[in-house]
Design a protein around this ligand. Structure first.
Ligand SMILES: NC(=O)c1ccc[n+]([C@@H]2O[C@H](COP(=O)([O-])OP(=O)(O)OC[C@H]3O[C@@H](n4cnc5c(N)ncnc54)[C@H](OP(=O)(O)O)[C@@H]3O)[C@@H](O)[C@H]2O)c1
Length: 334
């Protein structure tokens, strides 16, 4: 019998938390979800990772997002979360929505990535082994595969649901057209395509015209990743590039990219200040204005950041003047 190392979740965890229905499904997700792409790998400090996950859950964040390749090293974020479940959060497994994905390259050879049934099913089994337990709440096709017929990728998603290894399925990084193809193919098999995980933030507004309209029409929800543009839309880089930041430690955000956007971030931070928010809080409130978006999927390196981000929910209304100011600064960015 596991003792979950005496972790007891905060009794008031649902007191202030808010949830939004994912498309026309029965599943609700927290307005802010936590992603484990960075800071949960084997190169990171486990105690900090565990502290963040427990802090998040203590504040009503019920959704934790993974992928087969998160780390570094690839796979280690799933192992880390598996350990967190074992040591603490596992006692609350029925209160959690745990997602993972397959599609980016994970192992050598022709079946190590993309959308074949061979890759997707093997990857799902590996993810379950690393995380532990019998099922994921959401299993995603992480990216479209132009060389695999959508019917085959959908075969894998259908298998995930029928085998009980996933309760729901979703897609990520699919265009509007690819989304319709996947959702229709799943619907023909009696399975809902629950959710689309897409990048969306004030600096990347590409989903606005087509994708969001398509999701509304077919009743799918959107969860937005990198709502802070990996930290550019926060106070993290307003005065420079700290040595412990992602721009220095990681490979996906460069110092050049941060510096390129610094002036713009400062202008947006002024608007945020006028609203009584930090830039990160305004950036989260901004993605959540859109009803299609059921959750803003943030990353974090500390509990302080998570706490600051959750405070965004105290003001999610924008005046038309504020929206116009933001549009004037950001619409041309696309
Ligand atoms: N489906 C896909 O293809 C895909 C792609 C990317 C991400 N995702 C998912 O989306 C999740 C979130 O992505 P992301 O990590 O890029 O999101 P993000 O929220 O845009 O960026 C997170 C980073 O911003 C900084 N940050 C967060 N809150 C802050 C605050 N209050 N003040 C100052 N800095 C703050 C931290 O950087 P420091 O680490 O420097 O402190 C943190 O690591 C991922 O974990 C993953 O689950 C999915």
């Amino acid at each position: 019998m596991e003792d979950f190392m005496n972790y007891v979740a905060d009794a008031n965890r649902y007191g202030k938390a808010e949830y939004r229905r994912c498309g026309r499904s029965g599943l609700k997700l927290p307005l802010v979800s936590l992603g484990l792409w960075h800071n949960f790998g084997s190169v990171d400090v486990f105690e900090n990772a565990k502290k963040m996950a427990c802090f998040a859950f203590d504040h009503g964040i019920t959704h934790f997002d993974l992928a087969n390749n998160y780390g570094p090293i690839p796979g280690s974020a799933e192992k880390c979360f598996g350990r967190i479940l074992k040591e603490s959060l596992g006692a609350y497994r029925d209160e959690l929505i745990v997602s993972s994905k397959a599609g980016y390259v994970m192992w050598d050879g022709p079946y190590g990535g993309l959308g074949s049934k061979k890759h997707m099913v093997a990857s799902l089994d590996q993810s379950l082994q690393r995380i532990g337990g019998d099922y994921l709440d959401i299993f995603y096709s992480h990216r479209p595969d132009p060389d695999t017929p959508i019917e085959e990728t959908v075969d894998a998603l259908e298998y995930a649901v029928r085998s009980g290894k996933a309760l729901y399925v979703g897609i990520s990084n699919y265009s509007a057209e690819q989304t319709v193809a996947a959702a229709e193919e799943l619907a023909q098999r009696g399975i809902r395509c629950l959710i689309h995980q897409t990048r969306y933030n004030m600096l990347d507004r590409r989903p606005e015209p087509d994708l969001f309209e398509t999701l509304d029409r077919i009743g799918m929800g959107a969860i937005c990743f990198s709502p802070l543009a990996q930290g550019i839309l926060s106070d993290r880089y307003l005065e420079g590039v700290p040595s412990d930041s992602r721009a220095i430690r990681g490979h996906f955000l460069t110092e050049d990219k941060v510096r390129e956007r610094q002036d713009l971030a400062k202008k947006l931070a002024k608007i945020a200040k006028g609203r009584g928010q930090t830039l990160a809080q305004m950036a989260l409130a901004w993605v959540l204005q859109r009803e299609t978006v059921c959750s803003a999927l943030v990353g974090a390196s500390s509990t302080t950041q998570i706490a600051e981000n959750l405070e965004a929910l105290e003001n999610t209304e924008f005046s038309s003047e504020e929206l116009q100011q933001i549009d004037a600064l950001t619409v041309l960015e696309n």
